[in-house]
Design a protein. Sequence first.
Length: 277
Amino acid sequence: MSTQKNLFITGISSGFGKALAAEALAAGHRVIGTVRNQEALQGFEALSAERAHGVILDVTDFERIDSVVAEVETRFGPVDVLVNNAGYGHEGIFEESPLEEMRRQFDVNVFGAVAVTKAFVPYFRQRRSGHIINITSMGGTITMPGIAYYCASKFALEGISDTLSKELKPFNIFVTAVAPGSFRTDWAGRSMQRTPRSIADYDASFDPVRQARETKSGHQLGDPQKAAQAMLTLIASDNPPAHLLLGSDALGYVREKLAQSLRDIDQWEALTRSTDG
């Protein structure tokens, strides 16, 4: 890209955040990225003394977010692109998974992204410019056994993103939900929080799913660097979409889900219409 932009990316220590930060710096952009500790901050800023800037912030530290964003805007100038990337995966059978684990999943994946977005929107609105990218998942459209809490959090973020894209359009602010499929990140490995198994009835149906997910981790088709390059293309667009899938597996699964939804709608159309009048 020819025009340098200021990107604020949450969760740059691993996964898509790390890949996007590196590619954005290589393309000549300035990146302000959130990390969890001083060591990670120093490691990131070593990538570029002039254009890599770390900020220590946990996105669930809701009381600090407004002041951190205000300081970022003052210190580094107007942010052009917000990328809500921070998040993690929870795996566990719904019946076995404590409610507190769902709250934690939503705090990070949903409320963290919302809090950071709410802090930036006034600046974007006043400037009549900005692009918000929420990293969701194909799990925000399709579902798989054992990730009910995760899918729920991504469905929520998809809904928020789509609504916000309509609310902010009059102010020339774009909102894009970027939904990756399976990529070679830590999502299914070190980063995933797994609820211990406890109910034998689920052994036959779920244990093979968990084993397959663990075995596949690190060998997925998706390349995080190519995902980062795709997101830079998205950022460069004058008219970015409200939703973008990443990965051929996501494309296939989502198309299949939408086709099945249309078949169900058609099959039950008469009952649907029976409530009118």
